[in-house]
Design a protein around this ligand. Structure first.
Ligand SMILES: Cc1cc2nc3c(=O)[nH]c(=O)nc-3n(C[C@H](O)[C@H](O)[C@H](O)COP(=O)(O)O)c2cc1C
Length: 169
């Protein structure tokens, strides 16, 4: 599978099978996350891989959509703002950018391994912080439900055209 095929294969999965993910697959995916680039290589991140049923239920309560209930595992992608690079000229915090790169490594690696994922940012971050008993300086950036998907067909990608998004000068 070339990179374009992999990009086309990944889509937001909102329905999962109960089946647990094999340890080797999860380790492979997290290795792809670990190798992601970050500003000044500060790697200001932490990932909680949650499968414990009690914790998983508590985590699911932070996102009020029925479909999340089917996820057998949720990865909580977190940023540590004390570890992230802040640009000297304007103090811009690059944690969100670093996390976005690592999370997309996660989603693409999962797709390659035949697993579905979905970025979820519309969750209650304060409640998630509490449920996960996170340190003060750590922020949950996204929930990534992950698992096998019952869907066979990849939905059509609705995107702007190349002309809309790209200018060659
Ligand atoms: C930063 C970010 C946040 C997102 N948050 C949510 C979310 O809270 N709930 C949800 O169902 N999908 C969420 N999505 C998924 C997008 O809706 C989805 O990626 C987009 O519609 C394109 O569809 P595709 O992923 O199937 O290609 C999010 C995606 C990104 C990149």
């Amino acid at each position: 599978m070339n990179f374009l095929d992999l990009v086309k294969k990944r889509y937001s999965v909102r329905s999962y099978e109960e089946r647990q993910i094999e340890n080797e697959k999860m380790e492979y995916i997290m290795e792809c996350v670990r190798l992601a680039p970050s500003a000044v290589n500060f790697q200001p991140w932490h990932f909680y891989v949650v499968t414990d049923s009690e914790r998983l239920d508590a985590l699911k309560s932070t996102y009020k959509r029925e479909w999340i209930q089917s996820a057998p595992c949720i990865i909580v992608a977190c940023a540590n703002h004390e570890e992230s690079w802040h640009r000297r000229s304007d103090n811009k915090d690059h944690a969100d950018i670093d996390l976005a790169i690592a999370i997309e490594h996660l989603c693409l690696a999962a797709a390659e391994q035949g697993l579905g994922t979905c970025w979820v940012c519309n969750f209650d971050a304060a409640l998630c912080h509490e449920v996960m008993a996170m340190p003060e300086n750590v922020e949950p950036i996204a929930l990534i439900p992950i698992g096998y998907t019952p869907d066979a067909e990849v939905p059509e990608k609705k995107r702007k055209t190349i002309e809309d998004i790209c200018t060659y000068l």
